[in-house]
Write a protein that binds this ligand. Structure first.
Ligand SMILES: [Zn+2]
Ligand SMILES: [Zn+2]
Length: 271
């Protein structure tokens, strides 16, 4: 079966914080229109404030939102959801990293497409301060006031005067917990990252299998064995990528960008 045309179909978006702006220009090329679900208490599905940690993975959380959207927008063919995670960067654990996952689900075919953005360009952080000066130093290093802070129980702090007042009041009772407010509408760096993940998700909708024309023909499994530049032995560097269509299982071999691997990655030259 050919993939049903997306022209004229609708997309239900689960968002509490106006993420629809981040979709500007991404739906139109596919002939898709947005269905507004109104304000949803996505906090029940996981949130970034300490009192309610997320249960399960980002993928679980995004899928829960998709299921919710498909139920609450029965006429929408597609649902779109995003989920962010923050912590030590997986490859560079000494710096903070952000991961935004965007999922697009197609009710009619069951197809699920994703877009990911992994970035070190995040202001994620938390600290305990003992003076107003320390608080201001943390604030400055974490993109305040263009990005909001959480001061003890007070969220969404973006006013420098309010920050000083809250911190100096709270200091009378002891050290004060400060952290970045990672909710998307208060965090332009997150918005940029979500936007990149959304662009990749919709690029995947445009990436069609050359045999059956279903979307999602992206990514693939790297197959090691690129020859070493010095000795020619096969290395663990990818020789090619196997990209397989999830619909018809057509597989294409995409060669690596380079013809040889650096000797520094060779187990024979560099055991
Ligand atoms: Zn070698
Ligand atoms: Zn195919």
């Amino acid at each position: 079966m050919g993939f049903p045309p997306t022209m004229g179909a609708t997309v239900a978006l689960v968002t509490k914080h106006g993420k629809e702006r981040l979709l500007d220009g991404l739906l139109e090329p596919h002939g898709l229109a947005l269905v507004h679900l109104g304000d949803v208490d996505t906090d029940a599905l996981g949130t970034f404030t300490r009192e309610r940690p997320r249960v399960g993975t980002a993928l679980d959380a995004a899928r829960t939102k998709l299921a919710w959207a498909l139920t609450h927008a029965p006429h929408a063919r597609f649902a779109l959801a995003s989920e962010g995670s923050f912590g030590p960067h997986p490859e560079l654990p000494w710096i903070a990293g952000g991961h935004e996952l965007v999922l697009l689900a197609d009710r009619d075919t069951g197809l699920e497409l994703r877009g990911d953005d992994l970035t070190s360009d995040t202001n994620f952080g938390a600290t305990r301060v003992h003076s107003v000066d320390e608080a201001l130093t943390f604030a400055q290093a974490h993109h305040f006031p263009s990005h909001a802070l959480i001061v003890g129980p007070h969220k969404a702090v973006t006013d420098p005067g309010q920050l000083e007042r809250l911190v100096s009041d709270a200091l009378e009772r002891g050290p004060v917990h400060l952290e970045t407010d990672m909710r998307a509408h208060l965090n332009p760096l997150r918005q940029a990252s979500i936007r990149r993940a959304m662009e990749r998700c919709f690029a995947s909708l445009a990436a069609l299998c050359p045999r059956c024309s279903w979307p999602g023909f992206v990514g693939g499994t790297p197959v090691p064995g690129l020859p070493c530049e010095a000795c020619g032995a096969p290395t663990r560097v990818a020789h090619h990528v196997l990209r397989t269509c999830r619909h018809c299982h057509h597989t294409l071999e995409r060669p690596a960008d380079a013809a040889v691997a650096p000797a520094s990655r060779c187990d024979a030259c560099n055991p």
